[in-house]
Each structure stands twice: as structure tokens, then as C-alpha cells.
Ligand binder design. Structure first.
Ligand SMILES: [Zn+2]
Length: 317
């Protein structure tokens, strides 16, 4: 679940437009000397956190983040409100191995298409976290945004599942039911060059989230929010949700096209924290507790903690 109350380019080209279905290979940005330089400067085994919200109210946010990034060997997709795009873009230009800029837009804003085009022109790497929508995610009025993201070969992160209530004493036009993970299936199929990331694994609709990831090679989920805390005493249950490891039921396309050909169902999970900067380390520990409880293989752990996102973003593993 999102915690807005408290929570606080990449400079390579956008993903090449390769006709045909999605795969990690065609999610890669086309090589430029700038992106190659950045890639070679990136430390090995860096954790990539898909889910860090840029806090526009905190002037020291970038400096604070850079300290945490150094301490944890962690890069983050900084989910940036449109109004803060220039600050984060400049920071990403200066610290390209630590900050990967993502645009946080309101799908219902009348000029959202223009905003998305501007973010792309600036060098943002994707969109997210999309949330608080007035209509379900698969509403055709949102398709122009998805069309652009598809054209750009972008990663688009959607909030899924239960969402916080910000106001208790005034009406709010907000409903978790518009953000169910099942809607991501249609987006992934209609727009096959988008890499669809669902935040929070659909909390509490984990099963729907996982099944949609299983059949759609361009769908992944993070386990940020309250899930790993809620499931603390029963983390092994994730093996029942991500159940298809080493069976014939995993996505055939995933198996064929994934460079590392990982048969673990947990390959559909990516790391995301969605916490204040000081709590990222404790979310890393929660992920590792889940890995231990579910016997997640070492190579899959590495992919979850950064390898998969590095491949999607064209960064070194
Ligand atoms: Zn969220």
C-alpha cells in the first residue's frame, strides 16, 4: 500500500522500437556512448530499488538519498511528480549510476499526454507510480498514455490493491477497486512493448497478481508496502502464490527469451521499498527473510534485487 502521507534519463536513448512481442532483449535501450559510459561506471551487484518516491517537500531529499545509495550500494527509480521533473532530471544527470528518473503523472490530468511526451523528451525512463485513478486502469481514456509508453518501450509502474485514505472528513473520489492487478493483464496484452510493473503485488490479491505475471512476460510485481510485514509469520506462503517454479506451467516466452533462463517463479518479483529513506535497509532485510522462507535460489535473488531491472534499463548486472 502506498504511504504518501509519510513517504516521502537514465540518459540513454529510450528503448528501441522492435516489432513483435516483449522480451528483455527488446526492453533494452539502444546503446549510446553516454549510456555505455554510465553502464561502465556502475558498481557491480548494485541493488536497484524500483519504488522510491521523490519527496518534493524535503529540500535535502537528493543529498539524503545519495548517502543511503552509497551506504547500501543501491540505485533507485525516483518516482517524480511532474512539477519536480527538472530537479530530479538534473540530479540524474549528475548521478546517473544512482538516480533513474521516472515520471509520476496523474492519468486523469487533461494534459497528461503532453506531460508524458515532455518527460520522454527530457530523458525520463518510464512512468510511475500511477495511482489514485478516477477510472479503472484499463479504461480506454487512458490508452493514449499507454500508446506513448508502448512506443517508447517504457517501464510503467502501477499501484495495485488497497490504497490509503488521505482524508477522513471530506469526500474522496478514490477506490482501490479501480487499481486491481487484473487490469494490468489487458494493458500488458494490448501494449506488448510496455514493461508493466505492479506495485504491492495486488495486496491482498496476490494470486491474481502472480497468475497475470505468469502468463505475461512483460509483467512483474514488487512486494513493497505492508505485505511483507503482514505476511511476516507466514512468508513461506509465497511459494503457494509463486508456485510454478521448475514446472511446465511457466510462461514459455519467458523461458525462451530470458538471457539467464531462470525457472524460478520468483523471477517475476522485483525489489521495491516504498518507504522513507531510513527504512530501505529494513525492507531489504524483509525481502531476504522471504527468500530464505521460500528457498529462492541465489541467482534468482540477484535478479530480484537488481539484475532484472538492470537488464530492463540497460545497466550492468
Ligand atoms: Zn502504491
Amino acid at each position: 500500500m502506498s504511504t504518501h502521507v509519510s513517504r516521502r534519463r537514465f540518459l540513454g536513448a529510450a528503448a528501441a522500437s522492435v516489432p513483435g512481442a516483449w522480451s528483455l532483449a527488446n526492453a533494452l535501450p539502444s546503446a549510446t556512448s553516454r549510456s555505455e559510459q554510465i553502464a561502465s561506471a556502475m558498481p557491480k551487484n548494485r541493488i536497484i530499488d524500483m519504488h522510491v518516491h521523490f519527496d518534493e517537500k524535503k529540500p535535502s531529499f537528493i543529498a539524503d538519498f545519495l548517502k543511503i545509495s552509497d551506504r547500501l550500494n543501491l540505485a533507485a527509480c525516483l518516482l517524480t511528480p511532474f512539477a519536480s521533473r527538472k530537479i530530479v532530471f538534473e540530479a540524474a544527470k549528475e548521478h546517473p549510476t544512482q538516480i533513474i528518473p521516472f515520471g509520476f503523472v496523474d492519468l486523469d490530468a487533461p494534459d497528461v499526454v503532453k506531460q508524458v511526451e515532455e518527460l520522454h523528451a527530457m530523458g525520463f525512463r518510464g512512468l510511475g507510480e500511477l495511482e489514485f485513478v478516477r477510472k479503472p486502469y484499463n479504461d480506454p481514456s487512458y490508452f493514449p498514455v499507454y500508446e506513448l509508453a508502448n512506443q517508447y518501450g517504457w517501464i510503467v509502474m502501477f499501484h495495485t490493491g488497497i490504497v490509503l485514505r488521505r482524508k477522513f472528513d471530506e469526500p474522496e473520489d478514490v477506490a482501490s477497486g479501480r487499481m486491481r492487478p487484473i487490469y494490468l493483464e489487458e494493458i500488458a496484452r494490448r501494449f506488448p512493448k510496455i514493461t508493466v510493473l505492479g506495485a504491492h503485488c495486488g495486496n491482498p490479491e496476490y494470486e491474481w497478481a502472480a497468475e497475470i505475471a505468469r502468463w505475461n512476460p512483460n509483467v512483474f510485481f514488487d512486494l513493497s508496502g505492508s505485505t511483507l510485514t503482514k505476511m511476516h509469520a507466514r512468508l513461506a506462503e509465497f511459494q503457494k502464490i509463486f508456485w510454478w517454479s521448475a514446472t511446465e506451467w511457466h510462461s514459455a516466452e519467458w523461458t525462451v527469451k530470458t538471457p539467464n533462463n531462470d525457472p524460478s517463479a520468483f523471477i517475476k518479483v522485483v525489489f521495491g521499498s516504498d518507504t522513507g529513506l531510513d527504512e530501505i535497509a529494513s525492507v531489504i532485510k524483509q525481502y531476504h527473510d522471504m527468500f530464505d522462507a521460500c528457498d529462492v535460489p541465489e541467482r534468482t535473488r540477484k535478479m530480484i534485487m537488481g539484475g532484472t531491472l538492470a537488464k530492463m534499463l540497460g545497466l550492468p548486472d
